[in-house]
Write a protein that binds this ligand. Structure first.
Ligand SMILES: Cc1ncc(COP(=O)(O)O)c(C=O)c1O
Length: 394
C-alpha cells in the first residue's frame, strides 16, 4: 500500500477489487490475443472500454479502443493510428511515405515519453515539436498555430497534436477546444493525454476544465493512476475500430482463425499475447461503481484544498492553478531551496514529496495519490516543510 503521507508521483494506493482481479487473472491466465480463446475476458474488456467511453461523453456505438500496459503505450498507439490515417502508405513504407517529415506537437510540459514514441514510430525525436507554454503550464495555442504553419511552409507534414489534460508536474490542462480547432483546420489528429487527469471527469468542477475532451480522435487514460488499480493498466480510447484494424493488422498461420463472433485484440492493438488487464477496472467498477470513484476523486480534491490552505497559512506560495489534486509551490521568502527541502522531508521518514521544474522554475510538488490520505497526513507534510525551512534559515 502506498503510504497516506506519500504525496508523490502517480502510483496510487490500490483498492481491493483490483488486487483481487489481478490474482484472478494470474490464476486463470487467459490469453486475450484472440477472441475465440477467451471470449468472456475479451467481452468484459470491451464492455469496460465502452463504460469508460461513456465517461468522456461517447456512446457505446462510437467507442472503440483497448487496455494497454500504461499511458505511454496508449500514446504510442495513438501516434501510430494518426500516421496510418494521414498516409495509407505509411504502414508499408514508414516515414518515407510522407513528402516531408511528419511532425507531432505536444507542449513543453507534456510527458516526454513522446520523444521515445517518435523514435519508435520511425519519424525521429527531432519530429517532436515541444510547443511553448503560456506561463501557467498550459500549451500556448497561438504558438502551436505558428509552429504548424512554419512546418507547412518548410515542407514538413503536421500530423498529430497531443494535448495534455493534467500535466505530470502540475496537473495543468491544455486548451482543448483551441487545440481541436487547430487540428480540424489543418487536417491533423487530435489526441488528449488524460493519463492521470482524466479521472477528474468524475468531479463536476474539474470536469468543466476538461470540456472539449469529447472531441478527441483518441484519448489516453490510466486506470493505474487516479483510478487506483494495480499497475499496469492503461487505456486507449478511439472512435475508429477500422483504423485500429488497419494500423495493427497482421496474419500468422499459427494463430487461430478469426471468427465473426468478436474482434481479435492482437490484430487491433500493439500487444500480441495479452493479459486480462481490464478485469482490474471492471471489478473495481462492479464493486464501487462510478459513484464510488466520484467519492474517491472528490476526497483527493478536498485533501488538495486542505493542503493549499495549510501551505498558504505557513508562508508557502502556490505556483500552479490546477483544478486537479497536485500542487507546485515554493517558499514565499525564497529561503527554502526546493531540492534540499524535498530531501529533508523524505529523510524525516514521515512524508514523501518531490521537487520538479514548473515553467522553468524549481518547485516542490505534492500530489494526493492515496485514498488513505487524511487531514493529519497533510498536517505532517506541512510540519516537515516548515521544519526544513527553519533549518535552512539558521
Ligand atoms: C500525462 C502523462 N502521460 C503519460 C504518462 C505515461 O504513463 P505510463 O507511465 O502509465 O506509461 C504519464 C505518467 O506519469 C503521464 O503523467
Amino acid at each position: 500500500m502506498m503510504h497516506p503521507a506519500h504525496f508523490g508521483l502517480f502510483n496510487p494506493s490500490v483498492a481491493f477489487p483490483g488486487i483481487l482481479a489481478d490474482q484472478i487473472s494470474a490464476h486463470f491466465n487467459p490469453q486475450l490475443a484472440v477472441w475465440s480463446h477467451a471470449p468472456a475476458a475479451v467481452e468484459i474488456e470491451r464492455h469496460t472500454i465502452e463504460a469508460v467511453g461513456g465517461l468522456v461523453g461517447w456512446s457505446s456505438g462510437e467507442t472503440s479502443g483497448h487496455f494497454t500496459s500504461g499511458g505511454a503505450e496508449a500514446n504510442y498507439s495513438a501516434v501510430l493510428m494518426a500516421l496510418t490515417k494521414a498516409n495509407p502508405a505509411y504502414a508499408e513504407a514508414g516515414a518515407k511515405a510522407f513528402a516531408g517529415t511528419p511532425c507531432i506537437y505536444v507542449s513543453a510540459e507534456s510527458h516526454l515519453a513522446w520523444l521515445k514514441i517518435a523514435h519508435q514510430v520511425g519519424i525521429g525525436r527531432s519530429a517532436v515539436r515541444l510547443v511553448p507554454t503560456d506561463g501557467t503550464g498550459r500549451l500556448d495555442a497561438s504558438a502551436l498555430e505558428t509552429l504548424v504553419s512554419e512546418d507547412v511552409s518548410a515542407g514538413n507534414v503536421p500530423v498529430f497534436v497531443g494535448a495534455t489534460a493534467g500535466t505530470t508536474n502540475a496537473g495543468m490542462i491544455d486548451p482543448l477546444p483551441e487545440c481541436h480547432a487547430i487540428c480540424r483546420a489543418n487536417n491533423m489528429w487530435f489526441h488528449v493525454d488524460a493519463a492521470w487527469g482524466g479521472a477528474g471527469l468524475l468531479n463536476a468542477e474539474a470536469a468543466q476544465h476538461l470540456s472539449g475532451i469529447e472531441n478527441a480522435d483518441s484519448i489516453t487514460l490510466d486506470a493505474h493512476k487516479w483510478f487506483a488499480v494495480p499497475m499496469g493498466a492503461g487505456i486507449l480510447l478511439c472512435r475508429d475500430q477500422s483504423l485500429l484494424a488497419e494500423t495493427f493488422r497482421v496474419a500468422a498461420s499459427y494463430m487461430p482463425e478469426s471468427t465473426d463472433d468478436g474482434v481479435d485484440p492482437y490484430t487491433h492493438s500493439l500487444q500480441w499475447s495479452r493479459r486480462f488487464i481490464g478485469l482490474k477496472l471492471f471489478m473495481s467498477l462492479a464493486c464501487m461503481g462510478w459513484d464510488g470513484y466520484r467519492h474517491h476523486i472528490d476526497h483527493a480534491l478536498q485533501m488538495a484544498e486542505r493542503l493549499k490552505s495549510g501551505l498558504k497559512e505557513n508562508g508557502w506560495r502556490l505556483l500552479n492553478d490546477s483544478p486537479l489534486a497536485v500542487l507546485c509551490f515554493i517558499d514565499d521568502e525564497g529561503q527554502a531551496e526546493p531540492v534540499r527541502t524535498a530531501a529533508d522531508v523524505v529523510n524525516s521518514g514521515r512524508a514523501w514529496l518531490s521537487s520538479a521544474k514548473f515553467e522553468g522554475q524549481s518547485v516542490l510538488r505534492a500530489c494526493i495519490t492515496s485514498h488513505f490520505t487524511r487531514e493529519e497526513h497533510i498536517d505532517i507534510l506541512v510540519d516537515e516543510l516548515n521544519r526544513s525551512r527553519e533549518v535552512q534559515c539558521r
